[in-house]
Design a protein around this ligand. Structure first.
Ligand code: NAD
Length: 370
């Protein structure tokens, strides 16, 4: 049997622990099948860590995250901690985790399940079968560049400044993630920038092209200006496989792409860091949604975003393609059979609780694996 996989589990606040419970049960099932053995280390993050440990993320938890093969996070935050100073808020725990782990590549898939096609704002024929991945550079670019600030001008006006800066290495490492992902998908990468009006875009295009020629010629590479990419995402999103782009354009394009698929309760994400000498990348997997205080503790949360984040973990951190497929196929199956939580239910649909939805997915996994 393969060596144990070290997984750090951080359920967090609000619906975080509820949706994480369904993943923990799934892990128990996988362990029971002896498909693989996970060593689970569970710790606090966010508001629950503030209450118990005095800070949203303890040094000990950071250390565990650095040593784990992958980290799964539920969600953080809630009204109880809203009035704390900015530096002490639950969300700081998440930001610190991303920073300390140097997670520079954010992966957001946009998959349209046929059974939920009516939840998309686009026509069924445009989104049917949609499966794209947006890779956003997460630690550089205009959100971090200097100079920045707001200054007074001699004529009495004020001036706001932000600076888009990218180095060769920052571009190459995120492009490498995109090329490697594409090799596990349809082997197509579209790199997006504004090389027509920005020098940083010119450099981005040059470096991506250079890296492609050096290492990834087996992957098809195209380039697209970011404004055109925004338009093409709603015109014909299926033309894309993997899109790689900078922090600013990625922020916008990944939100746009996520709307193609419907509910927040369906959207997983991954954030990856640099590979070490053994090829292992630091990695954090989490749903896109927050702690949803309005439905927390009521068994109403949709666990699919968390479950699909775990599937990404199996695929990208552990190379367990078969098990990742099993999880994703089980989700497709139960949606096809009409299983719905409140957020994705139509008029007249029977609404399942978080636990019932988790159980339905695990049952489908058992059936598909039989
Ligand atoms: P949210 O994502 O928590 O909720 C937005 C809406 O979507 C709510 O109506 C909620 O009920 C619904 N929703 C979200 N996830 C759902 C799910 N799995 N199933 C069914 N419905 C779901 O965003 P918000 O309300 O703006 O923020 C609430 C708290 O979460 C805040 O404290 C915020 O700072 C925090 N937050 C955390 C993260 C994170 O941990 N990554 C991300 C966003 C917001």
């Amino acid at each position: 049997m393969a060596a144990n996989k070290k997984l750090l589990v951080l359920p967090g606040d609000g619906i975080g622990p509820e949706v994480m419970d369904e993943v923990k049960r799934m892990i128990d099932w996988l362990n029971g099948q002896r498909r693989v053995t996970f060593d689970i280390d569970e710790r606090l993050v966010g508001g629950s860590a503030i209450d118990a440990e005095g800070a949203p993320l303890s040094d000990a938890t950071v250390e565990r995250a650095q040593g784990a093969d992958a980290t799964l996070l539920g969600a953080v935050g809630g009204p109880k901690w809203d009035d704390l100073p900015f530096e002490q808020k639950p969300e700081r725990g998440l930001l610190r985790l991303r920073k300390e782990m140097e997670l520079f590549a954010n992966l957001r898939p946009a998959i349209c399940f046929d059974a939920l096609i009516s939840a998309s704002t686009l026509k069924p024929e445009v989104v049917s079968g949609l499966d794209i991945m947006i890779v956003r550079e997460l630690t550089g670019g205009i959100y971090f560049g200097h100079p920045r600030g707001i200054e007074d001008l001699p004529d009495g006006q004020r001036q706001g400044i932000n600076t888009q800066v990218y180095t060769t290495n920052e571009i190459r490492r995120v492009a490498a993630v995109a090329f490697e992902l594409a090799r596990k998908r349809q082997s197509r990468v579209c790199s997006s920038e504004k090389a027509n009006v920005m020098e940083s875009g010119v450099l981005w295009r040059q470096e991506v092209t250079k890296l492609h020629g050096e290492v990834y010629e087996d992957v098809a590479l195209t380039h697209m200006y970011a404004d055109n990419a925004a338009m093409q995402l709603v015109r014909n999103p299926r033309q894309f496989d993997v899109i790689v782009t900078d922090n600013l354009f990625g922020d916008i394009l990944s939100d746009e792409a996520s709307m193609l698929t419907g509910s927040l309760g369906m959207l997983p994400s991954a954030s990856l860091g640099a590979a070490d000498s053994s090829g292992r990348r630091k990695a954090l997997y989490e749903p896109v949604h927050g702690s949803a205080p309005d439905i927390a503790g009521q068994g109403k949360a949709n666990p699919i975003a968390m479950v699909m984040s775990f599937a990404m973990c199996l695929r990208y951190s552990f190379d367990m393609t078969e098990d990742a497929d099993l999880v994703e196929n089980a989700v497709t199956k139960i949606l096809g059979e009409g299983c719905r939580t409140g957020d994705i239910a139509g008029l007249g649909d029977k609404v399942l609780s978080t636990r019932e939805m988790g159980e339905a997915i695990r049952k489908a996994m058992a059936e598909l694996a039989a």
